[in-house]
Design a protein around this ligand. Structure first.
Ligand code: KG4
Ligand code: ZN
Length: 350
């Protein structure tokens, strides 16, 4: 089954063609990151305006890269939420129009289910269930125990900021670029991770939830109280801050594994899974196989993961193939994995 996927939930405009949920024939990503780099964050109106300009060329490029035409496509998978409403509307409108033009069914994919599926893209060996998946991006930080693509349990979530958001806010406090993850990682490579101690959030609590906002406040106070200029300590601060975020992520994975002894693999997905320090820490401390997406471009937002998730949704839940779709800016996590296929009530069916 060959699926055409579209993803426009934040500032990327992405389209991809994926066969059987794993083989990526093309994956095109247009990003307005350089514009937002200067502005220090995404401006929703501006992101949607740029996505409107990019969507048609990106769709065309996905077909030319894969050397495919519409007659080769079996279904269209689209991120219907969560995300920025204007951005989502660009993608869902394109998907709706293309589906009716080419007489194809649409599969609505929760953005998080896309990330959860990203470890299947071009994987050299097939991932195994049950797996524990840490999904950490700029918008969410969740820990899942999954028994199939569409069944599983949400074990923990962030109570405030997402891990990627902590990187972004920390980067801004340190006078570094947006997005903060890669900027902090680069700066941290010159620093000493034990130079500053940021106490672990909720360490004593028996929880699988996360909390990062205290860390950001702690960084603000450390910077305010520095005796020397920030430039002299920036690398040490970046390294120590990165260590504190990663330590919290890894400690929750360890705790979850104690509670879920049948787990066969640990997966780490989402923009933060691109972090090499986090990957090293996981490899050192987790005894099970740890999988991250095979390419850094599959860690951050992309349409290949949406096409792949669409394939597995259609396989496990054929009722996911829809003829009409709705767009939801705020999409409950309960609809990312369907325990009993409770499709979001707001999603109309034909
Ligand atoms: O998954 P993603 O592209 O978009 C969302 O769904 O949010 O994740 C973007 C987030 C940003 O917060 C960015 O700072 C973070 O992922 N990120 C990283 C790295 N690369 C991107 N965080 C840590 N280390 C990285 N190398
Ligand atoms: Zn994402």
């Amino acid at each position: 089954m060959r699926i055409f996927g579209i993803e426009t939930s934040c500032d990327e405009t992405a389209a991809a063609i994926v066969t059987d949920g794993t083989h990526v024939e093309s994956s095109v990503i247009a990003t307005s990151r350089t514009v937002f780099k200067e502005l220090g964050g995404v401006i929703p109106e501006e992101a949607a305006r740029r996505q409107l300009q990019c969507i048609i060329p990106v769709v065309q490029r996905a077909f030319s890269d894969a050397k495919r035409s519409w007659k080769d496509i079996d279904a269209i998978a689209i991120t219907y939420g969560p995300g920025l409403l204007g951005s989502l509307i660009v993608g869902t409108t394109a998907a709706r129009t293309l589906a009716s033009l080419h007489g194809l069914p649409v599969i609505c994919v929760h953005h998080t289910l896309g990330h959860l599926t990203s470890t299947w893209l071009d994987a050299k060996s097939s991932p195994q269930f049950p797996c524990l998946t840490l999904s950490a991006s700029g918008g969410h930080t969740d820990l899942w125990y999954r028994t199939s693509h569409t069944t599983g349990e949400l074990l923990g979530s962030t109570r405030d900021d997402a891990a990627g958001e902590a990187f972004d806010k920390g980067s801004s406090l340190l006078g570094l670029a947006y997005p903060g993850g890669p900027a902090i990682a680069a700066c941290a490579s010159e620093g000493d991770a034990s130079a500053f101690r940021f106490s672990a959030a909720m360490r004593e609590e028996d929880t699988l939830d996360f909390s990062f906002s205290g860390l950001k406040t702690a960084l603000r106070y450390v910077i305010r109280d520095l005796k020397e200029p920030l430039e002299m300590r920036r690398a040490d601060l970046a390294a120590s801050f990165q260590h504190a975020i990663c330590e919290q992520l890894v400690s929750r994975v360890e705790r979850a594994l104690d509670l879920q002894p049948a787990t066969l693999e640990v997966h780490v997905v989402g923009g933060v899974s691109a972090n090499l320090y986090l990957r090293q820490m996981l490899k050192k401390r987790i005894r099970l196989p740890v999988r991250t997406p095979v390419s850094l471009s599959y860690c951050t937002d992309n349409a290949a993961m949406i096409a792949a998730a669409g394939f597995f949704l259609a396989q496990e839940r054929p009722e996911a193939l829809l003829r009409t779709l709705a767009t939801q800016a705020s999409t409950p996590l309960s609809s990312a994995i369907f325990r009993d296929l409770s499709m979001p009530a707001a999603m109309p069916r034909e």
